[in-house]
Design a protein around this ligand. Structure first.
Ligand code: EZ4
Ligand code: CO
Length: 406
């Protein structure tokens, strides 16, 4: 199964996605997602100029050897752009192997461990009432777990909440040249968030799992205070309570609270999460196939995490393409230490014309059709109609102007 051609597409059907297509001499093709939100063209150039020429003529069956070739062979290991490129190649090769075998990727990983992938949805609002109303919509659809984010009183336009001019929180930057700036105050945030979860438990009782994403904005001891304050509302997990670079930070939080901790959406390799997995200072690992070396990279992390009671909660934002989400569905069906899967949506009306995919949601669970490979298709002509648009994530500043973590 020799690789004959490698194509890279950057399209913006609602938001930017980088798609890799690996074509074999037999005419089979595999698809991978290499989207790095806000830095899409860097991965596309990296793939086109540096990775694609190395792949031509290689046997597409040798997934592990090609992974090692790109990882060790680069010399400059790790890094978000490099690992997203490796991730896309890896996904495309698993997709190809599945198509060659006539089997879905989860079958190649070891088969099905559960009937479907349990999802958590996102609810957000400008007020507690609005957030709980948004959660109610998901609960009524049968979702068993919801992430709650709410605007912080006194912080205009901040935190998981779209401002009036944003039609869509996640697609917000498409017409802007520079990152928008949002204000942040840890004191205002910490004083407010326990009220949100108190109100949620009063309204929903214990019938639903509740989650919250701090988005890297606290110091370890502030996160410890929040974890303690939220204990009565028994969260499923508290996500990214601190900035993720310092692996010791979660151990500090751990000394103070039994609120379960999740981290890892910005990690690129097993080395980024090794320490906190071994120290059992986290409960859920949030790596994404798109950003942490594909199915092979994430499988290694998930297997290692299992030894230390750490379960999976792969990152599932709308800035991962349906190909990346499909990779998570296959991993999630197989992985023994499955925790939960983040879900915002798999696509939109526009993106559905570019990507077709085999996932559907029933009662808060993603179900997968048994298609060979990853089961996603990509319409190149339709993608051409949606050219790349420069787009950035926001940045945060403290009220005195100091740059903070978004
Ligand atoms: O900010 O995917 O849990 N989900 C998140 C996401 C991330 C974006 C970054 O591109 O934190 O919304
Ligand atoms: Co997050």
């Amino acid at each position: 199964m020799k690789i004959q051609d490698v194509k890279v597409f950057v399209a913006s059907p609602g938001r930017n996605f980088v798609t890799l297509k690996i074509i074999t001499e037999e005419g089979l093709y595999g698809l991978g997602d290499a989207t790095v939100n806000g830095r899409e063209l860097a991965v596309a150039a990296y793939l086109k100029d540096h990775v694609a020429p190395c792949l031509i003529g290689k046997d597409a069956h040798n997934i592990e050897d090609i992974w090692q070739y790109l990882y060790r062979g680069v010399y400059w290991r790790k890094g978000p752009i490099n690992m997203a490129a490796i991730g896309a190649v890896d996904m495309a090769l698993w997709d190809l192997k599945g198509k060659a075998a006539g089997l879905p990727v989860y079958q190649l990983l070891g088969g099905r461990s559960r009937k479907g992938v349990t999802l958590y949805a996102h609810a957000q609002g400008a007020t507690i009432e609005e957030t709980l109303g948004a959660a109610q919509v998901w609960i009524d659809k049968g979702f068993k777990a919801v992430r709650l984010q709410c605007a912080i009183p006194g912080l205009e336009g901040t935190y998981g909440v779209k401002t009036k001019e944003q039609k869509d929180y996640f697609a917000m930057q498409s017409k802007r040249y520079l990152p928008p700036e949002e204000p942040w105050s840890t004191a205002k945030y910490l004083n407010f968030i326990p009220d949100l979860f108190k109100a949620a438990r009063e309204r929903f009782g214990d019938s639903v799992e509740l989650l919250h994403d701090v988005h890297h904005r606290l110091t370890p001891i502030e996160a410890a205070r929040l974890g303690k304050a939220l204990e009565p509302y028994h969260l499923f997990f508290l996500e990214d309570a601190v900035a993720a670079e310092n692996q010791e930070s979660c151990a500090v939080i751990r000394q103070h609270t039994t609120t379960p901790l999740a981290i890892g959406e910005i990690y690129n390799t097993i080395w980024d999460c090794k320490g906190m997995i071994e120290n059992q200072s986290i409960d859920y690992i949030r790596v994404a196939a798109t950003h942490a070396g594909g199915i092979s990279g994430v499988r290694r992390i998930a297997d290692y995490a299992g030894l230390f009671h750490v379960r999976t909660a792969f990152h599932g934002p709308p800035d991962i393409s349906p190909i990346g989400h499909a990779a998570h569905m296959h991993l999630g069906l197989w992985v023994p230490n499955f925790g939960i899967q983040e879900f915002v949506r798999f696509g939109t009306e526009v993106s559905d014309r570019v990507f077709s995919y085999p996932m559907r949601v029933e009662d808060g669970m993603a179900l997968l059709e048994d298609k060979p490979g990853l089961g996603v298709d990509f319409n190149e002509d339709e993608a051409d109609l949606h050219p790349y648009k420069r787009s950035y994530l926001p940045v945060s500043r403290l009220e005195d102007g100091t740059l903070w973590n978004w």
